[in-house]
Ligand binder design. Structure first.
Ligand code: ZN
Length: 388
């Protein structure tokens, strides 16, 4: 290893900074590429990204290994890392430093770093670990949207002229700080609470899931809460839209599973098309939770959502005899289609409805074409007919 500590002297480590980003700053200070710097200090950059070189990096800035490890994801099982006791899926949940690409950042934090930080001025701004979570879109300290390439907030697009700036913040300190409406901050604050960046807000259903899975579920619920049966890719949206819909999704996860059941009822009421099955009623949400490709069955959140959807379908959706959902028989459903009721009662359709009426079994004001009849009614008609 070079006598790097001498050369790097002046670089200050900051609480909240991940090891890999610290290494990028050191390389920039020396005018090296990350790989050139890695060659000088004797280990590859990839090992810093995996949290395996915290002690060496800490030594270069006169800190304890624990200080650098505190906000550095540590490699755990294959494809996963642990940060603050939370399991992250790498790199689906996390943005590692990539040469030539800036992180998303808070312009006010960067400006404050430049004005008030210690050490060489252009090395004062540093990356906070919580900016590296892919689904985080705002600064909890200043209440404003993060900025950066990829997902611009309004008014901060068009900073491409600053791209010649080689530093990781790429002139983002000059971007305007745009305030986020309080209601739209909720999904971000939930995740930040899990990491201990802010006070935690317990949401029992989500708290049972790994943080990355919980964040995916928030996006699925955002889809359900807004476009309902259609697909919505929150990561392709602007931060403004993503924060708004994801916070609506988070709201559905509260009071579990009552709010989601209310929303599923709404989808059922709105479904007036010719097709009646669960796939048609729940649309995209059905295929989200019933995804048996690859290892997606293992997703704990998906499994719980599938059970909620199943319970709702068994209470509200009319099935025909022998009809399946998730490939499972639906003979425990509370409602059956008219065709299913006819099969159970063993009489022609015109007779079934007439008998059910005359026995006083039909529910008042229910559109049987859309909502079917109670299975108990079909069975009662059959019972009465057998007695005659
Ligand atoms: Zn900030």
């Amino acid at each position: 290893m070079v006598a790097a500590s001498e050369t790097i002297r002046g670089i200050r480590f900051h609480e909240g900074e991940p090891a890999a980003w610290l290494m990028v700053r050191m390389a920039e200070w020396l005018g090296d590429t990350v790989d050139e710097f890695a060659a000088k200090i004797g280990f590859p950059f990839a090992e810093a990204r995996r949290g395996l070189r915290n002690a060496e990096l800490a030594g270069l800035v006169g800190k304890t290994p624990e200080a650098v490890a505190a906000w550095t994801p540590m490699e755990a099982a294959s494809g996963k890392s642990i940060l603050r006791g939370q399991v992250l899926r790498m790199s689906w949940d996390w943005v590692h430093p990539t040469p030539g690409l800036p992180v998303q950042a808070c312009p006010t934090c960067l400006r404050t770093d430049l004005a008030e930080g210690e050490g060489p001025k252009d090395q004062r701004p540093f990356v906070r670990a919580w900016w590296c979570l892919r689904d985080i879109s705002h600064c909890q300290k200043h209440g404003t949207y993060l900025v950066g390439k990829g997902r611009p907030a309004p008014d901060v697009d068009g900073h491409r002229d600053l791209d010649d700036d080689p530093r990781f913040w790429y002139g983002l300190h000059m971007a305007p700080a745009v305030q986020v409406p309080d209601a739209d901050r909720m999904a971000d604050l939930y995740l930040l609470g899990r990491l201990g960046v802010v006070q935690p807000t317990p949401v029992p259903f989500l708290d049972r899931l790994d943080i990355g899975e919980a964040s995916s579920v928030i996006s699925w619920l955002a889809e359900l809460a807004t476009v309902g049966t259609k697909p919505l890719d929150t990561r392709a949206m602007t931060r403004v839209d993503a924060m708004r819909v994801r916070s609506l999704g988070l709201a559905l996860a509260k009071d579990w599973p009552n709010r989601i059941n209310v929303r599923l009822d709404e989808l059922l009421e709105a479904n007036e098309g010719p097709r009646r099955g669960p796939n048609s009623v729940y649309g995209r949400f059905y295929t989200r939770v019933y995804d048996i490709r690859d290892s997606k069955e293992d997703h704990a959140g998906r499994k719980e959502l599938r059970e909620v959807l199943w319970d709702h379908a068994m209470r509200r959706i009319p099935f025909g005899v022998g009809e399946r959902m998730y490939g499972i028989e639906t003979d425990e459903s509370e409602r059956v289609s008219v065709a299913g009721a006819v099969d159970i009662a063993g009489v022609p359709k015109c007779d079934f409805l007439r008998f059910a009426e005359s026995f006083g079994l039909m529910e008042e004001g229910v559109d049987v074409r859309r909502f079917g009849v109670a299975r108990s009614v079909a069975e009662a008609v059959r019972g009465r007919l057998l007695q005659r």
